[in-house]
Design a protein around this ligand. Structure first.
Ligand code: SF4
Length: 207
């Protein structure tokens, strides 16, 4: 089946999100299904302790329903086609994967890469704590497409950035976080650092 309407694609893969702080569309999964995150959340001082995606607006019923719908669609044989259709139809210049949730396995990351390959006019950013899946991908397939920035997150607040990866992120309680959103009303504004492969590490203030 080829898609002719957003409604048809959304029936397969769920709707895209439109967060007000970001320059484009986003996509979230339930944080309780994060493979590494659901372990880290129990560790005090980890970046997942006090996870923002397990509270606030993310626990509203409509948000949870949308996340569960997306999660249940991940293995649909037309998931890639549906995502590509929606991203192209929405004319997304910038797209953020996983404002909540994380990669579920190598098969999932391979599908995300395929979406990026088929949407070369869109810049993608995906933050992840699934270091082993990213390593598995890189050793199996080599580099990511140039329009997909995979930022591997450091595990501990105020900890070091992972060293193995081209792009990383960290969370800090002091100093000068490089993410400027906290001093501009919580929005990205003109900043696109997270999508920029030349920016090796982005540090965020602790929520
Ligand atoms: S570093 Fe820039 S692009 Fe990334 S979240 Fe902060 S403001 Fe947005």
């Amino acid at each position: 089946m080829t898609f002719s309407t957003l409604k048809e694609a959304e029936a397969v893969a769920g709707k895209l999100g439109r967060p007000s702080k970001m320059p484009g569309y986003a996509y979230g999964l339930p944080a309780r299904h994060c493979p590494v995150g659901s372990l880290l959340v129990k560790i005090p001082g980890s970046v997942c302790s006090g996870c923002y995606a397990l509270k606030g607006r993310y626990v509203f019923n409509n948000v949870q329903r949308a996340q569960e719908y997306r999660f249940n669609s991940l293995k649909h044989p037309q998931w890639v086609d549906a995502m590509v259709f929606m991203i192209k139809k929405r004319k997304c210049d910038y797209f953020r994967w996983h404002d909540s949730g994380d990669i579920q396995g190598l098969w999932h990351l391979e599908n995300i890469v395929e979406v990026a390959r088929r949407c070369p006019e869109t810049k993608f950013w995906i933050p992840t704590r699934e270091t082993h899946v990213v390593k598995q991908y890189l050793s199996t397939h080599g580099a990511f497409p140039p329009n997909l920035v995979v930022r591997v997150s450091g595990a501990m607040i105020d900890g070091q950035a992972p060293t193995y990866f081209a792009n990383t992120s960290t969370v800090t309680t002091g100093g000068n976080p490089t993410c400027p959103a906290y001093k501009q009303g919580g929005v990205c504004g003109t900043c696109r650092a997270c999508w920029d492969p030349a920016v090796r590490n982005v540090s965020y203030p602790k929520h």
